[in-house]
Every structure is written in structure tokens, then in C-alpha cells.
Design a protein around this ligand. Structure first.
Ligand SMILES: [Zn+2]
Ligand SMILES: [Zn+2]
Length: 191
């Protein structure tokens, strides 16, 4: 008689303890089948992506849809009424401003979003300890403060992620009143 031993395994995806007969599984049955399906879909998508004719077709369809009345309304709604859309427009405007001033950034957009998410999860401004709100153009909305400010920096200045302070709007407005001398040392350090 063959004795099958049953193992207790903690699933790496859903963090649930399950009994399995296989000794080398990482996931529970549901998670394993979900992941298998996902891998299959990825293969299928990559094959479709290599089809140039199809890619052109999809591109043209999106172009036509985005210029139609329905598409414009839907895009505007996404930008105004969802958090992801608001962050996207905010960062697009910031990118345009940085490009115009000739400033170099040393981080990716995903890294910046992760940093913003961490503070949004806490829900408190790091400087004045007020409660943050999700409504734009209010005093408690989360904004980015560049140190030193983009307006006074020379062309080709490099911004790292440490130079961006994420604070509320009212703190950001107060900070603009400081004189140029405060930033002089920082500018010399960069040169
Ligand atoms: Zn699981
Ligand atoms: Zn604040």
C-alpha cells in the first residue's frame, strides 16, 4: 500500500493554508489555475501584438474613437472623476513644465506614483500633520514641492526623488515665500 502524505502549504498568492498531496506546490488549487490561465493569455496577447496589420487597425480605431463625441466625454470623465485620471493629468502637466524649463529627472513615473501612494495611504501631510483630501484645488490636496523650485533652477539641473517633498497645498504655498538664499547652497552642491 502506498501512503500519500498530505502537506500543509501556505499559498503564496492568497496567504491561505491548504492541504495538498503534491510536495512542491507554492499555491492553492484556485490560485494555481488562475496563474496558469494568466500565462496562457499573455502568450496569446504577445502573438496578437506581433501582427502588424492588427496593431494598425486597433491604433486607428482608438484614434477615431478618442476624437468622437462619446470618446471625448468618456476621457474627460476619467480625468476628472477618478483618482488615477487626476494623477495622470497632474503628472503630464508637470512633465511638460519640466521639459520646457530644461530640467532633468532621475526617476521613473512609477517610482513617483509609489511614493505618492505611500503618503496617500497614511492620509496625513508630513509637514503640518493635517488630514489629506482627494478633492483637487483644496488646501489639503496632496501636491509636489520641488527643492529647489523649478522656476529658479538653471538648465540641466538634475532632480532626484529625494528632492521632491510631497506636502499639502497650503504647505506648498507657504514654502514659496522663502528667499533665493535658502536654495543657494543646494544649487552650488549640484555644480
Ligand atoms: Zn491561493
Ligand atoms: Zn501640510
Amino acid at each position: 500500500m502506498i501512503f500519500m502524505r498530505i502537506h500543509e502549504v501556505r499559498c503564496a498568492r492568497c496567504n491561505r493554508i491548504v492541504n495538498t498531496k503534491a510536495w512542491n506546490t507554492k499555491y492553492c488549487f484556485e490560485c494555481a489555475s488562475f496563474l496558469r490561465k494568466k500565462i496562457r493569455q499573455k502568450k496569446y496577447d504577445s502573438k496578437r501584438y506581433l501582427n502588424l496589420e492588427r496593431r494598425e487597425k486597433v491604433k486607428n480605431y482608438h484614434k477615431r474613437y478618442n476624437h468622437s463625441k462619446n470618446g471625448k466625454n468618456k476621457n474627460n470623465e476619467w480625468r476628472r472623476n477618478t483618482l488615477k485620471g487626476r494623477i495622470n493629468t497632474f503628472l503630464n502637466n508637470l512633465n511638460r513644465y519640466e521639459r520646457r524649463k530644461g530640467v532633468i529627472t532621475n526617476y521613473s513615473r512609477i517610482e513617483l506614483i509609489k511614493k505618492m501612494d505611500r503618503i496617500r495611504l497614511l492620509g496625513i501631510c508630513p509637514q503640518c500633520k493635517c488630514k489629506l483630501s482627494n478633492i483637487p484645488r483644496t488646501p489639503n490636496y496632496l501636491t509636489i514641492n520641488h527643492f529647489p523650485p523649478i522656476g529658479i533652477v538653471p538648465k540641466g539641473f538634475v532632480y532626484t526623488l529625494d528632492r521632491l517633498h510631497l506636502i499639502c497645498t497650503s504647505c506648498n504655498c507657504k514654502d514659496n515665500q522663502y528667499s533665493f538664499e535658502k536654495y543657494k547652497k543646494e544649487l552650488e552642491k549640484n555644480e
